[in-house]
Design a protein around this ligand. Structure first.
Ligand code: DQA
Length: 137
């Protein structure tokens, strides 16, 4: 099973950024733990701070992979383009967020991705990614 985690802007700063919200583990550290825990899954990850690069990656994997776990970060709330990319592909996509976006500022309550996603998992810290992975398994 081929699964990719796609992370949007500022998620390269996990472990350094607003630790009270996002925790103190870097994504690379977390990813290594996931790989060890799920050795049978062909797991990869991609991060970009650039909207178009995220769209390119979604298009690239979106007709052949078994699943996409997408945390589009701030673009979740602004990007019609990423929402359209998720609608355009055939690979099921699960939207994830580390924080509970509904408990935060109002602008984080809307997502351009949710309507096209297979499901949404949010508010469980980095475990949100693992729950999404388990749902594919
Ligand atoms: C986030 C929530 C977004 O609102 C925010 O812009 C992020 C991270 C999360 O994982 O909780 O960068 O997607």
């Amino acid at each position: 099973m081929k699964i990719i985690i796609i992370n949007g802007p500022n998620l390269n700063l996990l472990g350094k950024r607003e630790k009270n919200i996002y925790g103190d583990l870097s994504f690379e550290e977390f990813f290594r733990i996931l790989e060890e825990k799920y050795p049978k899954v062909e797991l990869s990850h991609f991060q970009s701070n650039i909207e178009g690069e995220l769209i390119d990656k979604i298009q690239e994997v979106g007709f052949t992979y078994d699943g996409i776990i997408l945390n589009a970060a701030a673009y979740t709330h602004t990007s019609v383009g990423i929402g359209d990319a998720v609608k355009a592909i055939t690979t099921p996509t699960i939207e994830v967020h580390i924080s509970n976006t509904f408990g935060r500022e109002e602008f984080r309550h809307h997502s351009y991705i949710s309507a096209a996603a297979k499901g949404v998992i949010l508010g469980f810290g980095l475990q949100s990614y693992e729950l999404a992975l388990q749902s594919f398994l």
